[in-house]
Design a protein around this ligand. Structure first.
Ligand SMILES: O=C(O)CCC(=O)C(=O)O
Ligand SMILES: [Fe+2]
Length: 294
């Protein structure tokens, strides 16, 4: 249905208010979770090298070294799932299993849950659960940025100063798939955590700003393995036909890049005050703004 006039204005107003309230609503949930939630695996909330696959640690060590080059890193990764979509093991099997157990434990609690975005009805926002400070921020700064600095230098890969992280879940009778889209991110990490599932293939098409070639490259997720890709590289997930599929998604943002041009609306961002990392824009070095242009 094509709506115009007052009906459209009203829809935009409702959406704008929804976006403006996202921050305050999320803070309320975060506070409630922090005061009432008893984690099942408390040790997971603080990043440790033992959660990471040895191959991932090796790649990061190389990327941090003075002699590292993009070509050297791409050769060491040795696996490109689609054009400039790099795949490598990220976590250990034990870590993936325990993280899923933790998420199920949280899902079963009576605590309020914010959902990642309008495309996903069952995922969990990891900042509301308390993963930002000691797990996600160090993972982005110390491990993912050395890799993306080399792999995506012109997309802001060396200046990823905030993120939004969540786990998406696909189950029979819940969400089964994800529409073709681009992320609100400069660089995205997508790690398969498990469990077992049939189908649910991820596919990549063109960059958002390139003309459509209608050509897709398919990728079959393997638990513990992650993909690092440009946020503007369009992708989607085909439906699973059985089982349960959990993926950790980290949308990483560069304020240097997005302050100039909002990657969702292609305009200079018009900022509205928000909380936490917001959508990763900065005003006077503060990471608390969202772009209100729809
Ligand atoms: O399910 C997947 O593998 C993709 C998820 C995704 O692209 C997203 O949440 O942005
Ligand atoms: Fe995505």
């Amino acid at each position: 249905m094509d709506i115009s006039g007052p009906a459209k204005d009203n829809k935009l107003e409702v959406e704008l208010n929804r976006r403006k309230n996202l921050g305050p609503d999320s803070i309320k949930r975060r506070r409630e979770v922090a005061s009432r939630y008893k984690p099942l695996h408390r040790h997971l909330y603080k990043l440790e090298d033992k959660f990471l696959s040895p191959k991932f640690q090796e790649l990061v060590e190389y990327a941090r070294s003075h002699h590292a080059t993009k070509e050297g890193l791409v050769k060491a990764i040795s696996s490109e799932a689609a054009e400039r979509v790099y795949s490598f093991p990220v976590f250990t099997e034990d870590f993936c299993r325990e993280l899923i157990e933790e998420l199920i434990h949280f899902e079963q609690s009576d605590l309020p849950k914010g959902r990642p975005n309008t495309m996903n009805n069952y995922g969990i926002l990891l900042n509301e659960l308390g993963f930002d400070e000691e797990f996600l921020t160090p993972l982005r700064e110390r491990y993912l940025m050395p890799l993306s600095r080399l792999l995506f230098p012109t997309e802001g890969g060396g200046d990823l100063d905030s993120h939004k992280a969540f786990v998406v879940t696909y189950k029979m009778e819940e969400d089964l798939d994800l529409n073709y889209h681009y992320d609100n991110a400069e660089v995205t990490l997508n790690v398969s955590l498990g469990k077992e599932f049939i189908d649910g293939v991820l596919y990549f098409g063109d960059m958002r700003t390139e003309p459509r070639r209608e050509k897709y490259t398919k990728y079959v997720h393997k638990p513990t393995v992650g993909l690092l890709h440009r946020g503007q590289h369009m992708h989607g997930a085909m439906p699973i036909s059985d089982g349960e599929r959990y993926n950790l998604i980290i949308w990483m943002r560069s304020s240097k890049v997005r302050n100039k041009l909002c990657p969702m609306c292609d305009q200079e961002p018009e900022l509205v005050k928000s909380v936490g990392y917001g959508d990763g824009y900065t005003r006077k070095e503060e990471l608390v703004d969202v772009c209100s242009t729809l």
